[in-house]
Write a protein that binds this ligand. Structure first.
Ligand code: HEC
Ligand code: HEC
Length: 284
């Protein structure tokens, strides 16, 4: 717990440099609930006077981004994600794929091991590119700093971000192999991919990738919503259509859903064979 004298101490440390208007900082702290701004506050509490100038600059920047992110979130994101980020905005009810509840601290779209948190680049990619086939729009026109501010804000909404055991573990994501462009070789890789798909994936995604496998009925995700296996026979996929996007999804899985990560279960070339086969599903 934070004691009042510690709080005042850190507050004066922060504002001493004068880069941030004291009033705004104070109002922010007045309003902030410990849980929301906990990450930022803990900076102040463990403040070491020896590193004063260096770390107070970093703190000021972090707090500036947090406040900017909160403002942008209220402006652009709350219709779906809700004013407190619980995914319960006014539009949420009518949507099939529900807006993410950022309080749960669980993220589907990542380049990291199944079960771990996403990197900032993962969040940046989702915010910049949107999620195809869902209400999640793409935000191409906002500045890089504003995207960073939104990420700082999203990270303040769950304690999961402070848990070491959930820290992002990168998964090896190799370049697309050359055989994708060589039609003879491609045919045999697709054939192998088809067999792997029938063994490992068709139970949920269906034999033709229509999302209608025998295991597709009755699946739910951790947010207690119905979880529908993706229709891989459609031309667009949530997390991108490039072979490298499909590789990333298959290798890392979608946290919180029955779609697990296959890195470690399947070999690199087996995942590429699957990617080449999935490309055929939308061709017919
Ligand atoms: C019109 C509704 C809508 C708006 C506005 C919206 N989102 Fe979303 N967002 C969604 C939906 C729906 C999903 C979940 C899609 C899914 O799970 O398939 C989502 C998912 C996300 C995810 C992915 C989380 C994950 O699991 O990897 C991020 C990040 C995100 N939104 C950030 C934002 C930010 C930041 C804003 C505002 C700048 C915003 N969204 C505005 C509807 C919206
Ligand atoms: C237990 C059921 C299940 C199995 C088995 C399964 N998936 Fe999935 N898969 C899902 C569900 C459910 C989703 C959608 C999750 C979501 O969008 O919230 C999904 C999503 C995907 C996506 C994401 C598409 C997009 O829109 O970005 C790809 C690609 C995918 N699966 C490929 C595979 C492959 C390849 C295999 C086999 C190696 C496989 N899946 C096995 C349930 C399964």
């Amino acid at each position: 717990m934070i004691r009042a004298d510690e709080f005042r101490h850190s507050y004066s440390q922060l504002t001493r440099g004068g880069g941030m208007p004291g009033k705004i900082v104070f109002q922010a702290m007045e309003k902030a609930r410990i849980g929301m701004i906990g990450g930022v506050l803990s900076f102040f509490i463990f403040f070491s006077p020896a590193r004063a100038d260096e770390s107070s600059d970093a703190q000021r920047r972090e707090l500036h981004l947090y406040l900017q992110g909160r403002y942008l979130f209220q402006k652009h994101c709350t219709t779906c994600h809700g004013t407190t980020g619980r995914g319960d905005g006014p539009w949420a009810e009518g949507l099939t794929d529900k807006p993410r509840n950022f309080r749960s601290g669980i993220f589907k779209f990542r380049s990291t091991a199944f079960g771990t948190l996403p990197t900032d680049d993962d969040l940046r990619r989702t915010i910049r590119s949107g999620i195809s086939g869902t209400a999640m729009p793409f935000f191409k026109d906002i500045t890089d700093e504003n995207v960073e501010a939104l990420i700082v804000y999203i990270r303040s909404l769950s304690r999961n971000w402070n848990k070491e055991e959930l820290a992002p573990v990168p998964v090896n994501l190799p370049e697309r192999p050359d055989w994708f462009q060589e039609s003879d070789e491609l045919v045999s890789h697709r054939k192998r991919g088809g067999k792997l798909f029938a063994t490992h994936c068709a139970v949920c995604h269906g034999p033709s990738g229509d999302g209608d496998g025998p295991g597709a009925e009755g699946l739910v995700d951790v947010w207690e919503e119905i979880s529908r296996p993706a229709k891989l026979s459609e031309p667009h996929h949530k997390s991108g259509d490039a072979p490298t996007d499909l590789y990333r999804t298959i290798a890392t899985g979608l946290n919180g859903t029955p779609m697990i990560g296959y890195a470690g279960l399947l070999k690199e070339d087996e995942i590429w064979d699957l990617v080449s086969f999935i490309e055929t599903l939308s061709e017919s």
